[in-house]
Ligand binder design. Structure first.
Ligand code: ADP
Ligand SMILES: O=P(O)(O)O[C@H]1O[C@H](CO)[C@@H](O[C@H]2O[C@H](CO)[C@@H](O)[C@H](O)[C@H]2O)[C@H](O)[C@H]1O
Length: 497
């Protein structure tokens, strides 16, 4: 880079707050590029609504520790920006989604960074440089790990580390996850840093729950090593009320395979040996995590009024999904009738318990290590589309059980072929075994048949919306489940949903 590189002018190099006007100028110059690039990212939550503007929340440049700005080592630009969607005219504000972006800028991109290109701003502090996805650049990804090694603050960013944990140096970064809700970088096959993309005020459950589980001695979840947040209030240009969790560093389970891959492999085997042993062990692992979460964090009792509230929330989600996806409408009335029965579960003083749960449990969120065949759970963020406050509320464990049962159905629908195992038999056997494994350490999910059925419907409805937005080709998978669930009651262990 030349000495004249605008990256090293003070404007973007300082935290916002000390140069809010400069941050605005930077974001304004990037806006035309982001309008084109952001909607193409899998993690972009606002698909289908036009982007009409951006506003900076915070702009920070990360430099190598102990080194001042230098033309020879440009830093990692850390941006928090609000994306305005919908009708133009209104300035972006606190009601709009806030995204975490990590950008690099260079005069010319080496070939290995060509796929990471975002574009060249025509004006502003980065004019003349090519802006690119910074995480794809090992040199910039290393800056982030280096910063996480040392607790402390950098402008609006706060870096923290568990007191007894160490972050080794010299770990080579590798970006994974084009098809995910967030972005993750693996360092030296030993650590993985997950960077949340759509961020909001309040601790992210993907930091909160694994830390609580680690403190409770539960070894089913990789324990956070370090994390970083954006400060609340005056550090953010728009006065955000609580700190926002931005990234979590945790041990990388090298040599592990996720449950989705294992399920598809099992379905592809013509002999159809099934998945029962794995599903039973998985049920026990989930039960263990639920027990530990109920010990570590507050639980609440659900009586009829709370069940009414639950049914109303499910009904609202159904209404919104049917509004957005016309194919759901023929089942709307039948599903609503099922929800209407939910409050009756609280008749005659019968109570249920709600606690903190995983919240988006499926086969892609469970990893089995090859060495000992042990299951671990990851990604406690909850359903990314839901507001953070809602995801942090105690919920019935049936929600997680339902999530995994739906996932067996997904695997059977996607991987059950003529040459391999029969999808329907495979799913029935996996569901039954999962529930048996769960019952061995917790309680029999079949005792919650009504609650489970309502949550399976709620999950399938969520999936219809998710697939319509992200993978329209997969929409028939949850729609088929909705059709079956709308047709009649079903309890655990019987025919697959
Ligand atoms: N601790 C870990 N060890 C090994 N692989 C992991 C670990 N955490 C995440 N992964 C891998 O990264 C992928 C994405 O992680 P996840 O937390 O599910 O992110 P997202 O919210 O973006 O889906 C997982 O599907 C898994 O393959
Ligand atoms: O990105 P996340 O892992 O947090 O979760 C989202 O994406 C999932 C798909 O990657 C989606 O899961 C759905 O598809 C899975 C198969 O790809 C299937 O196993 C799940 O049962 C099904 O829900 C998940 O819903 C979504 O939140």
């Amino acid at each position: 880079m030349s000495d004249a590189s605008p990256l090293h002018r003070p404007a973007p190099a300082r935290p916002a707050g000390s140069g809010a006007g400069e941050a605005r100028s930077l974001i304004a110059s990037l806006a035309p590029l982001l309008e084109e690039w952001l909607p193409r990212q899998r993690w972009f939550a606002g698909k289908g609504r036009p982007l009409t503007g951006f506003a900076p929340v915070a702009v920070t440049e990360l430099l190598p520790p102990g080194r001042a700005e230098s033309p020879a080592s440009p830093g990692l630009l850390h941006l928090l920006v609000r994306a305005r969607q919908g009708a133009p005219g209104r300035p972006a504000g606190p009601g709009d989604d806030c995204y975490q972006l990590l950008l690099g800028a260079a005069e010319a991109l080496p070939p290995h960074l060509a796929p990471a290109r975002i574009g060249r701003p025509e004006h502003g502090p980065l004019r003349g440089l090519t802006v690119y996805e910074g995480l794809a650049d090992p040199r910039l990804a290393t800056l982030l790990l280096e910063r996480l090694r040392v607790p402390g603050r950098l402008g609006p960013l706060t870096f923290s580390r568990e007191a007894d944990a160490a972050v080794p140096t010299g770990l080579a970064p590798r970006l994974i996850g084009a098809e995910q809700s967030n972005s993750s970088t693996v360092y030296g096959e030993r650590l993985i840093l997950k960077l949340f993309r759509r961020v909001g005020p309040g601790v992210n459950p993907d930091l909160e729950l694994p830390r609580a589980l680690a403190r409770a001695g539960c070894a089913r979840v990789p324990a956070p090593v370090a994390w970083f947040e954006a400060a609340a209030g005056e550090a953010a240009a728009d006065g955000t009320a609580e700190p926002m969790t931005l990234g979590v560093l945790q041990p990388y389970l090298a040599g592990s395979t996720d449950g989705w891959r294992l399920a598809l492999d099992s379905l592809a085997r013509a002999a159809g040996t099934g998945f029962a042993a794995e599903a039973r062990a998985l049920g026990a692992a989930v039960g263990e995590v639920h027990l530990a979460l109920a010990e570590a964090l507050p639980t609440v009792v659900l009586r009829r009024p709370q069940l009414e509230h639950l049914a109303a929330a499910m009904g609202q989600r159904l209404d919104a999904a049917a509004e957005a996806v016309p194919a759901l409408r023929p089942y709307h009335a039948a599903l609503r009738e099922t929800y209407a029965l939910l409050p009756d579960l609280g008749r005659a003083g019968r109570t249920w318990r709600a606690q903190r749960i995983h919240g988006d449990l499926h086969l892609g969120q469970v990893l089995r290590t090859a060495a000992d065949g042990r299951w671990s759970l990851i990604d406690f963020e909850g359903e990314p589309a839901r507001p953070l406050a809602e995801r942090r509320r105690p919920q019935p464990v049936a929600r997680d059980v339902a999530g995994m049962l739906r996932s067996f159905d997904y695997a059977a629908a996607v991987g059950g072929t003529d040459g391999g195992a029969d999808g329907s038999d495979w799913a029935t056997s996996a569901r039954t075994a999962f529930c048996e494994g769960y019952a061995a350490v917790h309680h029999d999910p079949g005792e919650d048949a009504g609650l489970l059925r309502a949550h399976e419907i709620d999950k399938a409805v969520y999936e219809v919306l998710y697939e319509a937005r992200h993978r329209p080709d997969w929409l028939p998978v949850p729609l088929a489940a909705v059709r079956r669930l709308a047709a009649g009651p079903r309890v655990t262990g019987a025919a697959p949903a």
